[in-house]
Design a protein. Sequence first.
Length: 372
Amino acid sequence: MEKRNTAISICKAVGIILMVIGHSECPPVLNTFLYEFHMPLFFITAGYFFSLRYLDDEATFVKKRLKGLYLPFLKWSVFFLIIHNWMFDLGILNEQYGNAGGGVTHPYSWHQMQQNLWTMATAMGGYDQFLAGAFWFFRGLLVASVAYLVLFKIYDSAAARLGRQAWRQMAIPFAICATALALGAWKTCEGLRVTNLIQGGYREIMGIFFFGCGFIFKQLRDKYKIRWWTTAMFAAVTFAFSRLAPSSMEWNAGFVKFLRLPIPAVCGFLMTYNLSVWLDKHGGQLRRFLVFCGDNTLPIFVFHIISFKVVSLMKIWYYGLDFAQIGCHMVIHDHSREDCFWILYTIAGVGIPLGATYILRKIKSQTKSLIK
């Protein structure tokens, strides 16, 4: 049995912490830098765990993806759907304050709630944007990973007819990545949409590419040498793109932003992986925290926005703001460019879900011990 690579868990921990930082209205330089790679990193780390055995056991792979992505999405989307109007009653949400662009959310009618439920179940959409804004990732990774398996089987079947089974290791993965990039270029250049995917499919297409990058990295891992200067180089390339040619996995990216994304995203992952390997060897308590964090990214994905409200209460008290500003999405916008509340938002967004997870598991473990 292959030894577990805890450096990947640390990579995921760094990615989820960066996601929370990105949602906290951190300084623009940091925000632009982390958006170059923090979401692609999750697709790459997921692709790292793809196994060739799934080519002959598709059902197991699809079941795992549904259990790990679709079911959590549906469960927590429905949860936030149920409490949406209650959040208005409590004042957590309101129609006065909203996101930085000025948009606000509204209470749902009974018809809207039913429609959102149908959209959740059938298209993995319809989730509460103000309480579950990161949930697009569940759909993106589910579609990307299953599409990767389908493309792999198509290319593998063609390779088998040519007697090229050895292409499974590298040639086919590279061909799939090239296909995803070609589709991404076509889509963004012509302004096309995948009409049966919420948001048009750009994130899913790029997800296929990054998922494939993760699988390729796994094949090359034993040959990959970590050096301090390569880590610095990857960081420099990522930072340079963030300043001169910024991009991200935003759903409505155009052709230029599509062209800008792959290089800094891959470099950002390699930078993070190099640092994660070092932390895995020297991290001590920090290492243990990051491994736990990387193994429990789901609670942070689900609850970091609602956890922000604790810090918003503190900010309202500190500046004497209108209490209704607690409804700001994702954080209170006033003074966000000159204060350091983004640090507190990050601590709350990561710490509250993780702390609750740790406590609940302790209680569950102790309960089982008492029953036995």
